[in-house]
Design a protein around this ligand. Structure first.
Ligand SMILES: [Zn+2]
Length: 108
């Protein structure tokens, strides 16, 4: 099944210093938890957000089992992130096109 890229996994490990994200837990990371569940519905409706770092949290095995609900993202929040990521991509594409349309743009 489709999941987080290695790039996202490494970034999350680095950001969390290899420790579980649960407050007051100092166990080592065991697995990456999708805050919004990795279901077919969510993959279809939130294709940019679902495997992004915004939807990833690394937990130890105990906290993954007992406390993953603490890190839940609502569908409303997922929509907000999805729009944000979409705007970022559209902005990058527009910028690239603007640079291509105006080859002399770098001279000013
Ligand atoms: Zn933990």
């Amino acid at each position: 099944m489709e999941t987080f890229s290695n790039e996202v996994k490494q970034a999350i490990i680095f950001a969390q210093h290899d420790f579980c994200a649960m407050k007051d837990c100092f166990n080592q990371i065991h697995s990456i938890h999708h805050k919004l569940r990795n279901t077919e519905f969510n993959r279809k409706n939130f294709p940019l957000f679902i495997h992004s770092p915004f939807n990833a949290v690394r937990l130890c095995s105990k906290c993954h089992r007992d406390y993953s609900k603490h890190f839940e993202v609502t569908e409303f929040e997922a929509e907000m992130y999805e729009e944000f990521l979409n705007d970022l991509i559209l902005g990058a594409v527009a910028e690239e096109r603007a640079n291509q349309d105006c080859p002399n743009g770098e001279e000013n």
